[in-house]
Design a protein around this ligand. Structure first.
Ligand code: SF4
Length: 278
């Protein structure tokens, strides 16, 4: 995959973006595009706004090489608030090993006491920055997205993301370091999210996670084609018409799945919290 990845270094004008997303004041996206290439990714729309309309999502990444210079100037000038790293890319996608932009963001935010930070990733690479996170542990939380606990489904639906077992190990390590963690079961995918669900939630609870959030699949034109193709690859016996109907119109299915996740979570994590965001 890496050999076909188109990487472009670009200058950005701003680093902090104001957001209406509840609980957050700003977002920072160090990269435009995401190597993880999840088939269901709603951030796919970014292709339109970044000159990549003809590129497959997951095949390009624009790197905001001056992000830390810009952010360093912006932070002291802005009223404080909570920053989400990141809303339309994985801040710890593989290129972060080389560019260290997310590491730099954590470093800068740690030196500006009016800001807190929420990191959302699918990558255990976040552990590289554990020492920095520990230094600001009263102002930082780290969330991991998990869509399916099935290794086979994961390889198909989110081909380049860290294995779920590595995400759970990383959650354990972060919790041992006293960092607030959470898990985002999203998007809930009928059948794929249900596979190995009870066992997976138990492992998350045993890793010390106290907060679970969920969101449903957000059906959109091209994304739905890719998602259905992934279902076909995952299980050739699957009734794809039924899958399509559920993805488009499965309100009741999502409600039932969400209830099931909430019930299982309550059983395996007795002192934890649960929130559905849809
Ligand atoms: S990790 Fe997140 S941003 Fe990246 S492709 Fe997957 S869903 Fe999209």
């Amino acid at each position: 995959m890496e050999s076909r990845l188109k990487v472009t270094e670009k200058a950005c004008k701003t680093a902090l973006s104001k957001t209406q997303i509840s609980s957050y004041d700003y977002t920072i996206n160090p990269y435009t595009g995401c190597e993880n290439g999840c088939v269901y990714c709603y951030a796919n729309f970014m292709r339109r706004f970044s000159g990549h309309l003809r590129d497959r999502w997951g095949s390009f990444v624009d790197v905001k090489v001056n992000l830390l210079d810009v952010l360093g100037k912006e932070l002291p000038r802005k009223p404080g608030g909570k920053i989400w790293l990141s809303s339309v890319c994985d801040p710890y996608q593989p290129l972060e090993k080389k560019y260290k932009l997310s590491q730099g963001v954590i470093n800068l935010v740690s030196r500006n006491s009016g800001f807190s930070l929420s990191v959302l990733t699918k990558s255990s690479l976040v552990l590289r920055d554990l020492d920095l996170l520990e230094q600001m542990k009263d102002r930082v939380d780290v969330g991991f997205t998990i869509t399916t606990f099935s290794p086979k489904a994961q390889r198909i639906f989110e081909p380049n993301a860290s294995r779920v077992s590595d995400r759970i190990k990383a959650l354990r390590r972060l919790n041992e370091a006293g960092i607030d963690t959470w898990v985002f079961i999203a998007p809930i995918l009928p059948y794929a999210t249900e596979e190995d669900l009870e066992c997976g939630l138990r492992r998350v609870a045993e890793a010390g996670v106290k907060r679970l959030m969920t969101d449903r699949y957000n059906a959109r034109g091209m994304i739905i084609q890719q998602t259905i193709q992934a279902y076909k690859q995952w299980n050739a016996e699957m009734d794809l018409k039924k899958v399509r109907d559920l993805l488009w119109h499965g309100d009741e299915c999502y409600r039932q799945l969400d209830d099931r996740i909430a019930r299982l979570w309550k059983e395996v994590a007795t002192d934890a919290t649960y929130e559905a965001v849809f």
